[in-house]
Design a protein around this ligand. Structure first.
Ligand code: GDP
Ligand code: ZN
Length: 314
């Protein structure tokens, strides 16, 4: 009689083309998903993501291969809308902090990217952290003003420079004993920061054209990096547009903290603060009490969610 195969609990490091690299204790196993149910149960671009805890049955013949038979329900999830796949894509599972890496220039500062990441993080149960990299470069007044605004709203904001090392120790201290997912537009210096945090990593740093040459294989998926320094980091591909998924339009306003003092006073409840009459949020924008660009950012998210819903159902 052949003995029952023993199943192990493992953590997913990354997945490419339906093959998942998982870590069970000290052992890495290449796994496939067993059974249609698991593949279809989650109608997303990727049913399993870095950071997922899974049940794995090692192959009796080939000890570095196995089958994933179950996924432990996620504590948190960071999700974006994958336009090409027309489905939500889970960037990270079970992470605690969503680190939004930005830069004052090259590429230009994009606060609307931060707004989106805040919504994605908070709806998925993660705490956002705004990191302004390249603080060795001059910072325009309008950029520092926006950072101050995020800070006043209660978000943690940290300046650092991968080039000079400034602020990196503080960043490491915040991330200690947590799992952090790093998100940023290409070129903000995400790989450079990770290389300073964990010098053994040797992530490729460089200009964008070079990076794109690496092709989809290495630019298109997230990866959990269990580092010897005790940091647990999920690196995501450089993202140009962070489109939201799995967020309801009526939820978005709750993740714009500067809207909170006004929302109760809108005449229509629930109010989407779009074209409803006597909307206290829109009035606060007109009176200069809410930053006009934050409101614009909000409206674009609403519009986009309507479009992605259409794409998902159409
Ligand atoms: P990623 O696409 O976000 O991973 O960005 P990279 O780490 O590849 O960096 C993109 C470019 O920004 C490279 O030319 C880096 O040398 C440069 N860079 C990264 N960090 C800093 C920094 O702190 N200061 C300055 N001035 N340049 C930086
Ligand atoms: Zn309103």
């Amino acid at each position: 009689m052949t003995p029952e195969p023993v199943s192990l609990e493992a953590e997913v490091l990354y997945g490419i083309n339906s093959i998942y690299m998982v870590l069970a204790g000290e052992t890495r196993l290449q796994c496939r998903i067993k059974g249609k149910k698991l593949k279809e149960a989650q109608r997303s671009y990727n049913p399993i993501a870095p950071g997922d805890l899974v049940e794995v049955t090692p192959d009796a013949m080939s000890p570095n291969e196995g089958m994933i038979s179950d996924v432990v329900p996620r504590r948190t999830r960071l999700v974006r809308w994958n336009k090409k796949g027309r489905a939500p894509q889970i960037l990270a599972a079970n992470a605690d902090i969503a680190v939004c890496v930005t830069s004052p220039a090259a590429p230009p500062f994009r606060p609307r990217f931060i707004d989106r990441l805040i919504v994605a993080a908070e709806t998925g149960g993660l705490t956002p952290l705004v990191v302004m990299n390249k603080c060795d470069l001059p910072c325009a007044e309008r950029v520092s003003e926006r950072l101050t605004h995020y800070h006043r709203m209660g978000y943690q904001v940290l300046s650092c420079s991968a080039r000079t090392g400034e602020g990196v120790r503080e960043l490491a201290a915040i991330l200690r004993d947590r799992t952090a997912v790093f998100v940023g537009q290409s070129g903000v210096g995400k790989s450079s920061i990770l290389n300073v945090l964990a010098p053994g990593l040797h992530l490729r740093v460089g200009d964008l054209s070079q990076k794109h040459d690496r092709g989809n294989h290495t630019t298109n998926f997230s990866v959990l990096l269990p580092l010897e320094t005790g940091l647990r980091i999920i690196d995501t591909p450089g993202i140009r547009e962070l489109e939201l998924a799995e967020v309801l339009p009526e939820e978005v306003g709750f993740h714009f903290r500067d809207f909170a003092p006004y929302m109760q006073s809108c005449s229509y409840q629930p109010c989407l603060h779009d074209d409803e009459p006597r909307c206290a949020v829109a009035e606060a924008v007109q009176h200069g009490e809410i930053h006009a660009d934050r409101y614009e950012s909000y409206l674009r998210i609403l519009q986009e969610l309507r479009e992605t819903r259409k794409a998902a159902h159409g």
